[in-house]
Write a protein that binds this ligand. Structure first.
Ligand SMILES: [Zn+2]
Ligand SMILES: [Zn+2]
Length: 105
């Protein structure tokens, strides 16, 4: 709220300006207008959620023969089991049916 610098009366908003009965008028600044006509219901952009599906992690592929479905494409990865002294175990998962087994080598 502002008061007239000439007569000290309260200034009245009128079409983007504030006016006094004595004739004084002042243009409202953009910031004032935005504050006065604060927009409600602003649309917040939806927060983007990145879903990481562990099953979709890119694993190296290899040619296999699935004993369940006969599929020939598989993924493989290595797991170090128990102690570091033991050789790591290779696992293979069939890309077709998801069957997982230990690699023979
Ligand atoms: Zn005035
Ligand atoms: Zn399979």
């Amino acid at each position: 709220m502002e008061f007239c610098p000439n007569c000290g009366k309260m200034l009245m908003p009128d079409k983007g300006k504030i006016k006094c009965r004595c004739g004084y008028e002042k243009s409202l600044k953009k910031e004032d207008l935005e504050e006065q006509y604060h927009m409600e219901g602003e649309t917040n952009p939806e927060a983007k959620v990145i879903v990481t599906d562990r099953n979709n992690v890119a694993l190296p592929t290899t040619t296999i023969t699935c004993y369940k479905c006969g599929g020939t494409k598989g993924y493989w990865w290595t797991v170090q089991t128990r102690s570091a002294d033991e050789a790591p175990t290779n696992f293979i998962r069939c890309a077709n049916c998801g069957n997982t087994w230990r690699s023979s080598n």
